[in-house]
Every structure is written in C-alpha cells, then in structure tokens.
Design a protein around this ligand. Structure first.
Ligand code: CP
Ligand code: NVA
Length: 301
C-alpha cells in the first residue's frame, strides 16, 4: 500500500477533505460524550519541532493519547538532527520504528525530503511556506458556525506567508473566493497566486478587500524566524490591521479567524479578537479534533 503524506492541502482530494471535516466533527462529539475510541492503539507518532509551538504540540500529543497511541516529542537540541544528521537518514531511521512523523521546520524542501525517504506518513505541522493543519481546523470551525464555505468570500489581511499560502490552496480545495490584502513587497508566492487566478485576487486596500466578505483572517506580521524584521514589518503593515471598521465592512455575519498566537494592537485589535461570540478559541480547540481525523485517516489500518 502506498504511504499517504500531508505536506499541503493538495495531498488530499476535495472529497477527502470534506470527509475529514465531517469526521473531525464526529470525533469531537464522541470525545465530548466521553466515548473511548482507540484506533491507533500501540501506534507512535514522532513529532519533530524545529520551531516553537503551543497548539500544534498539545493537539497532536493529546490527539494521539485519545486515539490510544503515543506521541514522541523530538527537538533538534536533543536529537542528532541538531548535529547535522541528514534528513534522508533521519527519515529512514525514524520511520522504521514509528507509524507516523509530524514535523515543524523551516524550509518546505525539508518536509518533502522527509516524505520521500519515510516509509510512514509525514505530516507538515508548519513550514516557512505552508501550514495545512491549521486550515483543517479553520474549515471545521467555519462549518460548525456558518455551514459550507463553498462559494463564500474569504479575505486574508496581512503577510503573504505560510498561512496565506495555505488559504490559497484552501480556496481551490474547499471552493471559495479569496481576496488577499497585503502591502507591496509582502505578496504570497506569485506562482501560487497565478495557478489559482480563477479564485484568488490581490487587493491592496483592506477596506476594498473586506467588503461583503464572509470570513476575515489574519496572522502575525513577523512569523517565526523573522523576529529581526519586527520593526520594519510594524511600519510596512501599519495599514493592514483587522479592526472594527474592517469587520463592519464585511457581511454582518462574517467571522474573524486567527491561527494564534496573536498580537493585539498589531494585526488585530482586542475589540475584534475578544469580541463577544469570537470563534478563535473554537478554532484553536479544533486543531485537536481536526488532526485526530487526519491521524486516523493516515495512520489507522
Ligand atoms: N497556530 C499554531 O500553529 O500555533 P502554535 O505555534 O502554538 O502551534
Ligand atoms: N505565520 C506564523 C504562524 C504561526 C502558527 C509563523 O509561521 O510563525
């Protein structure tokens, strides 16, 4: 049987993503009802973290426990990865002992190489280019609160970063229109935009981009690894904040989402992210449920 990986949303078909979304909701209901469901008994997920994490680590580790399996936290500081053991060798060795590998790292080529040499499924838990696991949670959250996202308009505000790239893939896989409001010089990968030109457009002005939108999404101005650019980015992104005026420009039932961690007063105001009825906490919790569906899909027999 060929091993399936999850490096971007394009590794699953739109039908499989819908199946996963529904399964995430089911697994959530089962867990809330106290039902024990252990399809991954005796299975181990290796979790390699080359960048910090709160949500991703907790959701994958807890998810594996709830599914009856085990998760192994590996940091480059304590493994030979940090001392330069090649990814190819690490992939061969780690995957010979575990049933799945989750990796958060810098270059997207690293997860691609890991997948190429791994005999177990590899899950991208964030690279500089993509963060597909977050989209599983975001799409589940939208569905739970507003129903199908098909045909809706989503507005991305801010950096053309890994989250923005995954929203571009999501526009194709979940069938919605995406407007990207980013300052010049911080555009998403132009090849990705061109490849999705039928449903993705760059709109420089935030208010124009937000008009009649169903979902407004943003992310930090400086991602992990860009800490030294913080000051420069604060200046560049000053006009790219999601505030009440931006939300008022969107549809009256528009949702606001943020993958977190958030910087109140920078990419979003406290008034928006902490508004009554905010879904950002559901969005964070859904990392657990959506990824349990993914783990079951990739790792159960
Ligand atoms: N949203 C997200 O991936 O959060 P962490 O960096 O805390 O894992
Ligand atoms: N764009 C952010 C997302 C964090 C979950 C980063 O890469 O740091």
């Amino acid at each position: 049987m060929t091993v399936r990986h999850f490096l971007t949303l394009k590794d699953l078909t739109p039908a499989e993503l819908q199946q996963l979304l529904k399964r995430g909701i089911e697994l959530k209901q089962m867990q809330k009802a106290g039902e024990i469901f252990e399809p991954l008994k005796n299975k181990t997920l290796a979790m390699i973290f080359e960048k910090s994490s709160t949500r991703t680590r907790i959701s994958f580790e807890t998810g594996m426990t709830q599914l009856g399996g085990h998760a192994l936290f590996l940091s480059p500081r304590d493994t030979q990865l940090g001392r330069g053991e090649p990814i190819e060798d690490s992939a061969r060795v780690i995957s010979s002992m575990v049933d799945g590998i989750m990796i958060r790292t810098f270059g997207h080529d690293i997860v691609e190489t890991m997948a190429q040499y791994s005999q177990a499924p590899v899950i991208n838990a964030l690279t500089d280019d993509f963060h597909p696991c977050q989209l599983l949670a975001d799409m589940q959250t939208y569905y739970e609160h507003r129903g199908s996202i098909q045909g809706k308009t989503v507005t991305w505000v801010g950096d053309g970063n890994n989250m923005c790239h995954s929203y571009i893939n999501a526009a194709a896989q979940y069938d919605f229109k995406l407007r990207i409001a980013c300052p010049e010089g911080f555009d998403p990968n132009p090849e990705l935009v061109t490849a999705h030109a039928d449903r993705v457009e760059i709109v420089r002005n935030v208010m124009d981009a937000a008009e009649s939108s169903d979902l407004i999404v943003t992310d930090v101005w400086a991602s992990m690894g860009q800490e030294e650019e913080q000051r420069l980015r604060e200046a560049a992104f000053a006009d790219y904040q999601v505030n009440k005026a931006v939300m008022l420009q969107a549809n009256s039932d528009a949702l606001f989402m943020h993958c977190l961690p958030a910087h109140r007063g920078e990419e979003v105001t406290a008034e928006v992210i902490d508004a009554e009825g905010t879904v950002v906490w559901d969005e964070a919790e859904n990392r657990l449920h959506a990824q349990k569906a993914l783990l079951e899909f990739l790792m159960s027999n």
